[in-house]
Ligand binder design. Structure first.
Ligand code: V0V
Ligand code: CO
Length: 140
C-alpha cells in the first residue's frame, strides 16, 4: 500500500534559519513553501530525490500558534523529528484500511497538505509512538 517515504516532518523554531542550514549543510533545495492555517504551520518542502512514485522530502515545520500540534511538540520535546509520511496511491482507501485494522485515523476525510497533496494522520499511540501521515501526492 505504501509506495515510498514522501517526507519526514521536522519541528523547528525558526523556519528561515532551518532552511538555510539544510541548504548549506546538506545541499537540499526548497521546492515548495506555504502557510497551512488548518494545521497551524508555516512549512517548507526540501527535495532529497525524485523517484518514479514521486519525490522524497524533508518537511520543515514552524508553528504559527503555540497551541497547535507542532507548537505543543516543540514546547515538550524541543526541535526534532515530528512525523513520518508515507506515499499512497489512494488516500481514501488507505484511511479505510488503517481504520479497519483498528488504528485511530485522526482525519476520516483527507485534508489539504503540502504541494496540493491530500493527507491524513494516524494517532501516534496506535502506530508505535510515531506520528504517521498518509500522503496522496499530485501525479506529475
Ligand atoms: C504528541 N505525541 C506524540 C506526538 N505528538 N508522539 C509522537 N509524535 C508526535 N508528533 C504524544 C505525546 O507525547 C503524548 O504522549 C500524547 O501524544 C498526547 O500529546 P499532546 O501533546 O497532549 O497532544 P494532543 O493529544 O493534543 O495531540 C496529539 C495529536 C496531534 C497526535 C493528536 O498532534 C495531531 O492531531 N496531529 C496531527 C496533525 C499535525 O501534526 N499537524 C502538523 C503537521 P504521552 O506523553 O501522554 O505519553 S502538518 C503536515 O505535516 C502537513 C501540512 C503536510 O503537508 O505534510
Ligand atoms: Co507532513
Amino acid at each position: 500500500m505504501f509506495t515510498r517515504i514522501d517526507h519526514v516532518g521536522i519541528a523547528v523554531r525558526d523556519l528561515e534559519k532551518s532552511i538555510v542550514w539544510y541548504q548549506t549543510m546538506f545541499g537540499l533545495t526548497v521546492v515548495a513553501q506555504e502557510i497551512n492555517e488548518e494545521q497551524s504551520v508555516h512549512e517548507a518542502m526540501l527535495l532529497v530525490d525524485d523517484g518514479p512514485q514521486g519525490g522524497s522530502h524533508v518537511q520543515l515545520l514552524e508553528p504559527t500558534r503555540q497551541d497547535s500540534p507542532v507548537g505543543k511538540y516543540l514546547a515538550r520535546h524541543g526541535e526534532g523529528m515530528h512525523h513520518i509520511a508515507y506515499g499512497v496511491d489512494d488516500v481514501e482507501a488507505a484511511i479505510a484500511t488503517m481504520a479497519t485494522s483498528g488504528i485511530r485515523v485522526l482525519d476520516r476525510k483527507p485534508r489539504h497538505g503540502a504541494m496540493n497533496s491530500r493527507i491524513a494522520f494516524m494517532h501516534p499511540k496506535d502506530t508505535g509512538g510515531v506520528l504517521t501521515e498518509l500522503v496522496q501526492a499530485v501525479k506529475h
